[in-house]
Ligand binder design. Structure first.
Ligand SMILES: [Fe+2]
Ligand SMILES: [Fe+2]
Length: 362
């Protein structure tokens, strides 16, 4: 592409007051369309009006021009690879973006760090190991959308904006768990190869479809269920608040992923088999995570309250928690029009207590 040179002839004319006025007089974009703010303010939903609210199923151009603007005929091609709405869209996108923006919080100010009590060293260690794993896994949910953002056509700008909120949310989650590990004397624990393998699966996904299913639906779904169990796991009100605030954010990411998959499959049910194969692979690693001591034991101990109580309970607490995680995942798959109950690849021993898959349990 050669860069156009400055139009000095125009400059000379303009100096004489001979302006072009083409942008003022020859506008083809929609005029007279006026958005009405809602009670809370001017939301994205409120500006989906006239032709501006029409999101094309296939983007006609690959430009950064705002959707609905007049576009110069010689705009450069931005090289977007995601040009179909169904590849990134979901019906709840606009509301989720608005919620994300209005519910940002600060890991610095909104967590009462000075109120962290001194904990039993084993409990502190368990909380720090869990924080290590969480701080490790959270950032992939920034990296993955960031990797795909520039490939998404600007006509789907609301999807891009939502993914930007996710990038920020996950930076904060990484931050808050790193801070928790360092805030009470325990420090960071162990990073496991199996965890990294799951993250790599997401990061290396060949398509947004694959990565989104693995991350938004499976990975973040599991993390959301874990945050939901925060009341049970938190050793003090400080961690309770951390889990609660993270849960709000995580619920948005999972709601997007679930409804996006539903949107995608409603329009092209033939993709279901591809999605099943992505989740087959993902569940295989999740099965390994469910049998990794550094992942299982801190949660089992936090739920039980001590090493002794955990040993007495054995896997009982972990089984209950895992069953809940898997049930919630299966419900999400149902909602996304991708029923996985008959297809689940997790070993039967890991399905103890999971409703609806009894036939698979040994
Ligand atoms: Fe997160
Ligand atoms: Fe998330």
């Amino acid at each position: 592409m050669t860069l156009a040179t400055a139009d000095l002839e125009y400059l000379r004319r303009a100096r004489r007051g001979e302006f072009d006025w083409g942008w003022l007089r020859n506008s083809r974009s929609e005029w007279g369309v006026k958005a009405v703010p809602s009670k809370v303010g001017l939301r994205l939903q409120d500006i989906m009006i006239g032709t501006y609210g029409v999101v094309p199923d296939h983007a006609p151009q690959r430009t950064m021009a705002p959707r609905g603007a007049d576009i110069d005929p010689d705009v450069p091609d931005m090289g977007y690879t995601i040009n179909d709405k169904a590849e990134v869209w979901s019906d709840n996108l606009l509301g989720l973006y608005e919620e994300a923006v209005s519910r940002q919080w600060s890991a610095t100010r909104d967590i009462p760090w000075s109120e962290l009590p001194e904990l039993d060293p084993d409990i502190e260690h368990a909380m720090c190991q869990l924080s290590t794993v969480l701080s490790e896994v959270e950032m992939v949910a920034s990296d993955f959308p960031a990797k795909w953002l520039w490939r998404i056509n600007h006509d789907f700008v609301e999807a891009k904006m939502f993914l930007c909120t996710q990038v920020m949310d996950e930076a904060r989650h990484t931050e808050v768990f790193r801070k928790r590990a360092l805030a009470n004397g325990g420090g960071l624990g162990k990073s496991k190869a199996v965890v990294e393998r799951f993250l790599k699966l997401i990061l290396d996904a060949e398509t947004y479809d694959e990565g989104s299913a693995l991350m938004h639906l499976l990975g973040e779904g599991i993390v959301l269920s874990l945050f939901r169990a925060g009341e049970l796991l938190a050793p003090s009100p400080v961690e309770k608040k951390i889990f609660r605030l993270c849960m709000q954010d995580e619920a948005r990411h999972v709601a997007y992923g679930t409804m996006h998959l539903r949107y995608r499959l409603e329009r092209d049910p033939s993709l279901a088999e591809d999605y099943h194969s992505y989740l087959d692979k993902g569940e295989e690693i999740i099965g390994m995570l469910f049998t990794t001591p550094e992942v299982v034991e801190p949660t089992a101990m936090l739920a039980a309250g001590s090493v002794k109580a955990a040993e007495e309970l054995g896997m009982a607490a972990a089984d209950v928690l895992r069953a809940r995680v898997i049930e919630e995942y299966l419900e999400r798959c149902d909602h996304a029009l991708l029923p996985r109950r008959a297809r689940l690849t997790l070993p039967p021993e890991l399905l103890v207590g999971v409703r609806g898959v009894e036939g698979k349990v040994a």
